[in-house]
Design a protein. Structure first.
Length: 633
């Protein structure tokens, strides 16, 4: 990436797991720690350092400006030397010098180290403290558990192919092996392995291997697929599925409202069926009566194929190194499945052909029985099935920091008549169709981040960031966090428009469901089109003008669209000396876009120390206003 591309990404997304900016007048420990973290982080593919760039201290929103480096060649040499001598293994960074806005900056690309070379650590500090990982936008010192991940990554075999130390062949359940044979025969009656003995079958599946004493012993895959419940509890006490029913839409919103839970522990084929039955028994249902039929047909709120694929996905791709259960949480408006282990495939590529398998032995057995979709098509199948049912698209979140993957499936029909009626309240904002989808999702889920927006709309990272900021500027979303941890929540304005009253909790068989889902919006342009020019609230402008002193109101009335920026800034300063103003108020008053107000008037005045925020502790507060320095609060 070039320096300009990195700077643009920083200004739109702030620092993230792939990019970090530093002033870097000289090499310091902070730069070396980031290089160490980028080199170590599994599956990240390395990262980028942009040196000679600083973050604006009084920025309205996160923004970076070029400060430059006086001696870039000297700094480059020092970085290369330190990367060769400081760590236990040399780190071969790539450094280029570029000129941005007339100033020199350094672009440093740090490649990910090979598995056999990890962990990279500071020789002077040793392990584990001297090694770091890149978690979100931060560099974190490693723990003993992190080191175990690095050492296991050196192995050529997968974790599910390793032997279980205290397991024996007696821990395998003959009924589970027979269950597999039956499922395999249904998928392919002519499969050659059906004629083999149980021992040969288990060997071919990688479920048993010879130990150092030359005796056959179960592997992790063998115990997961065919283990007796007592053996699973003894060897993997947390390898279970928890089905949890939570009242309402939030995790135990009130301490006195308890949730119900069922613990499931069985060999995988039976576990998938039991978990599926638990979900189907509990999900709200609609019904249909086809012409000529005498009996109604119940249909679950989420298609059966989606439920099965979601369960298989969670149990096939989960991390069996992690001592945590898979959680299935049934909220009033959605089903949420959480499994330990982030996605090895980048989130941007979920749904594309091909899989990156964490547990290839387990995956092969599930493919053979046709429980799992071949060629990594499970995500795509779930998306298509939800769309065909007229439901909100499923949302997937891969959390590298917490080593977790979360899938959310909503019971809510998407862009049906009720949604369009609700969206009509925002017609004056001229939402795009993608923005309308985002508002529906944030209404249901309570939060939205860049990855979810991209997944929902199939746009790139920068477009998603710009769209969410537009919704923020419109006062519908409030920005929380920073960097890669940025997310958006509904504001009071969105709540006041019916957020909490729409889609009541589903409790009985037919609550909120239709026998035939409404179709998707066919002509969104009539409601959500983007006009070429912004539309300002003239009635609001007149009201604001009436509240100004005569001389100040006359100055506002005389300002046209072609006035020099310095004249408009002087007027903005005069207005903010009179009283605090929000961006949206200035936008209507001066007939300029909110982003123009922010970039060309508010931000320069704040940099000059002539304006201040009314709530500096929360720069992204949707009710943020600005007053002149020295003016009365």
């Amino acid at each position: 990436m070039t320096a300009l591309e990195l700077l643009e990404s920083l200004n739109l997304l702030d620092e993230n797991e792939h990019i970090e900016a530093k002033r870097a007048s000289e090499i310091g420990k902070s730069i070396l720690e980031t290089i160490c973290a980028f080199a170590n982080e599994p599956g990240l593919g390395g990262g980028w350092l942009l040196l000679g760039v600083v973050r604006e201290e009084q920025a309205l929103f996160p923004a970076y400006e070029v400060e430059g480096i006086d001696q870039p060649e000297k700094l480059s040499t020092e970085i290369v030397t330190q990367c060769r001598n400081t760590f236990n293994q040399p780190v071969r960074v790539e450094i280029t010098t570029e000129t941005v806005h007339g100033k020199a900056v350094l672009v440093v690309h740090v490649p990910e180290a090979q598995p056999q070379d990890k962990p990279i650590f500071f020789k002077a500090q040793g392990l584990p403290k001297g090694a770091l990982r890149r978690i979100s936008s931060t560099d974190q010192h490693c723990t003993d558990e992190d080191l175990a991940v690095f050492y296991q990554g050196r192995q050529t075999e997968s974790f599910d192919a390793t032997l279980v130390a205290d397991a024996t062949l007696d821990d395998l359940q003959p009924e589970a092996i027979a269950d597999y044979r039956q499922s395999r025969a249904e998928a392919n009656p002519d499969a050659e392995e059906l004629r083999w003995s149980d021992e040969d079958l288990l060997q071919s599946l990688g479920c048993i291997r010879r130990n150092p004493q030359a005796a056959w012993q179960p592997t992790v895959a063998g115990l997961m697929l065919f283990g007796k419940p007592v053996a699973l509890r003894r060897c993997f006490p947390m390898m279970r599925v928890d089905y949890i029913r939570v009242p309402g839409r939030e995790w135990v919103p009130h301490p006195d409202r308890r949730f119900d839970t069922i613990d499931l522990r069985d060999p995988l084929l039976r576990l998938i069926r039991r978990a599926q039955a638990a979900i189907l028994d509990d999900l709200p249902k609609g019904f249909a009566l086809d012409e000529g039929d005498l009996q109604r047909r119940d249909t679950p709120a989420i298609p059966l194929r989606v439920i099965r694929e979601a369960l298989v996905n969670a149990l096939m791709h989960r991390s069996y190194r992690s001592h945590s259960p898979v959680q299935i949480i049934r909220y009033a408006n959605r089903l949420e499945i959480r499994n330990p282990g982030f996605s090895l495939k980048p989130q941007d590529h979920l749904g594309e052909p091909g899989s990156q398998l964490r547990n290839p032995k387990i995956a092969a057995a599930l493919y053979d029985t046709r429980l799992a979709e071949p060629k990594g098509s499970g995500i795509r199948v779930m998306r298509e099935s939800m769309e065909q049912a007229g439901l909100t698209p499923p949302l997937f979140e891969s959390d590298r920091g917490n080593d977790q993957f979360v899938a959310r499936y909503f019971f809510h029909h998407f862009l049906g008549a009720e949604d369009l009626a609700w969206l009509a309240q925002f017609k004056d904002l001229h939402l795009s169709e993608d923005e309308a989808k985002a508002l529906i999702v944030v209404r249901e889920a309570g939060a939205l981040n860049n990855g979810t927006y991209r997944e929902l709309t199939k746009v790139d990272t920068l477009t998603a960031s710009q769209s969410m900021r537009r919704l923020r500027d419109a006062g519908l979303l409030a920005q929380k966090g920073r960097g890669s941890a940025t997310y958006y929540v509904p504001t009071e304005r969105l709540v006041d428009k019916g957020l909490s009253s729409n889609s009541p909790p589903l409790s009985s068989e037919s609550d909120g469901l239709l026998s035939k889902p409404p179709g998707l919006i066919s002509n969104p342009a009539s409601l959500l089109s983007n006009p070429p020019e912004p539309v300002f609230d003239e009635a609001r402008r007149r009201e604001l003008l009436n509240g100004l002193p005569g001389e100040l109101a006359a100055k506002v009335g005389a300002i046209g669209q072609r006035h020099p920026p310095e004249d408009v800034r002087a007027l903005v300063l005069s207005l903010c000396q009179f009283r605090p103003w929000r961006t949206e108020e200035l936008s209507d008053l001066l007939r300029r876009r909110p982003e123009t107000i922010r970039q060309h008037y508010l931000r320069p005045l704040m940099r000059e120390g002539r304006l201040t925020m009314t709530n500096p502790q929360e720069p992204n507060d949707p009710q943020q206003a600005y007053r002149a320095v020295g003016a009365r609060p």
